[in-house]
Design a protein around this ligand. Structure first.
Ligand code: FES
Ligand SMILES: [Fe+2]
Length: 441
């Protein structure tokens, strides 16, 4: 890369020509993270087209239940209709565009807009317009049920997880996700009854950094020995001093992620379309409940079947760009970019149906320790993300390097395995996919 090319990328509005030059095999230009023009294009070309995670069906168990969130820039509401079907609607009134459901979730017989009282069924159809006669001899028909809240053009329910896309065309969810569905499959397969449900509401945190800096970190085995060193050391000392033993070691392992060399042994696998996974490193739970759980899984799936499910475990399984599943922690983190330098994270905890209650308690404890707004671990990550974003705002920063263990990747089918858990293979793969998404006008 010549100096001339470097400096020509430095200024001005991002163009398609620039986008094509911002990602190389081993480096990514700083504008990918801090340029608001690039962010706007991402909202169109990635979040405006891809399959975006909306929510889990257990959040709306009964007809009339709803949950609001966003798909890219579009506010949406996921609803359960009277016939039990799930819908994802644009959360805007077809009259003047007002948000119809301002709450994060709720239950109602009909969705009613507070501005002029138009009402809608849970499938979006128009139910009523006050003072209907005002529309006589106009181009608007208030009796036409199709004049209601718009449904998103594509919605799919994968084993209870609801995804939507803002465009009608494109590959179906399973084809596009491919191996990226591993994490979703794993967490559902781990439930003895083959079903999971959300526990309570989600934690929400806002990071003052670009959304990709967070995803980048999710396959970064190397940072743990530095960013989490102090937390890990304090946890280890406390455990030794008080001879504390946690059933399953889950909480302990979360805190001890900073042990040197531990992460290097962890498998990292990058998949097509930017998805990736990192193998679990927390020890399996032990104790009476764990034994009971294992026996239940064997009873339902046989020895080999249970082993196949339990032997396949991930710490992080990323379905680019929104859903980061943590099957071993029974958690899902959902990425909702708010602005180029602001990223909302939803943290959801699951109950595995048929598993002992202590599994749910352990998952909640792990969420409190590792993912909640007041957690001990991610607070240090957030500081690192903020520093990365702040550093990249400087025009002289230019390039982010991704060379660690490049050219040593191991092909596995259409995926790439890193040569160790310290590899930057998943990041390189993710930015290549980003570049492809962004190149389609
Ligand atoms: S904006 Fe919704 S009823 Fe007028
Ligand atoms: Fe971290």
């Amino acid at each position: 890369m010549s100096t001339t090319l470097d400096s020509s990328l430095r200024h001005g509005a991002a163009t398609d020509l620039d986008l094509g030059r911002m990602v190389e095999a081993e480096r990514v230009h700083r504008r990918v993270f801090v340029d608001s023009d690039v962010f706007e294009l991402e909202m169109d070309r990635i979040f405006g087209r891809s399959w975006i995670y909306v929510g889990h069906e257990s959040q709306i168990p009964n007809p009339g239940d709803y949950f609001t969130t966003q798909v890219g820039r579009q506010p949406v509401v996921m609803t359960r209709h009277a016939d039990g079907t799930i819908h994802v609607l644009e959360n805007r009134c077809p009259h003047k565009g007002a948000i119809v459901c301002p709450e994060r979730s709720g239950h109602t017989k009909r969705l009613v807009c507070m501005y002029h009282g138009w009402s809608f069924e849970a499938d979006g159809s128009l139910a009523g317009v006050p003072v209907r006669s005002g529309y006589d001899n106009t181009c608007f028909d208030p009796t036409n049920r199709a004049n209601g809240m718009k449904r998103l053009p594509r919605v799919e329910n994968y084993r209870g997880f609801v995804f939507a896309s803002l465009v009608a065309d494109g590959p179906d969810l399973k084809t596009w996700a491919g191996e990226g569905m591993r994490g979703f499959d794993s967490v559902v397969d781990r439930a003895p009854e083959g079903q999971i449900e959300i526990v309570g509401d989600c934690f929400r945190t806002v990071q003052n950094s670009n959304w990709k800096i967070f995803i980048d970190n999710m396959s970064d085995g190397m940072h743990t020995s530095f960013v989490h060193y102090q937390t890990a050391r304090a946890a280890k000392r406390t455990l030794e001093k008080f001879k504390i033993e946690h059933a399953g070691g889950l909480q302990v392992a979360t805190l001890l992620a900073g042990e040197p060399d531990q992460m290097a042994k962890t498998d990292l696998v990058a998949h097509p379309n930017g998805h990736f996974d990192m193998a679990a490193f927390a020890p399996e739970p032990k104790g009476t409940d764990a034994e009971k759980y294992k026996a239940e899984m064997i009873a339902r799936h046989g020895e080999a079947g249970a082993q196949a499910i339990l032997g396949r475990n991930f710490h992080n399984a990323m379905l680019f760009p929104t859903a980061l599943m943590q099957p071993s922690l029974q958690q899902l983190r959902v990425i909702r970019p708010l602005a180029v330098d602001k990223t909302l994270l939803e943290i959801w905890v699951f109950r595995l149906k048929g598993a002992p209650d202590s599994f749910t308690s352990r998952a909640i404890t792990a969420a409190n320790i590792g993912n909640s707004p007041s957690n001990l671990v991610a607070a240090d990550d957030f500081e690192a993300y903020y520093r990365v974003h702040a550093g990249l705002k400087g025009p002289e920063s230019d390039w982010v390097r991704l060379s660690r263990e490049a050219n040593r990747d191991i092909p596995v089918g259409s995926s790439l395995k890193g040569s160790s858990g310290n590899s930057e293979v998943c990041m390189r793969n993710m930015y290549q996919a980003w570049s492809q998404y962004m190149s389609v006008q």
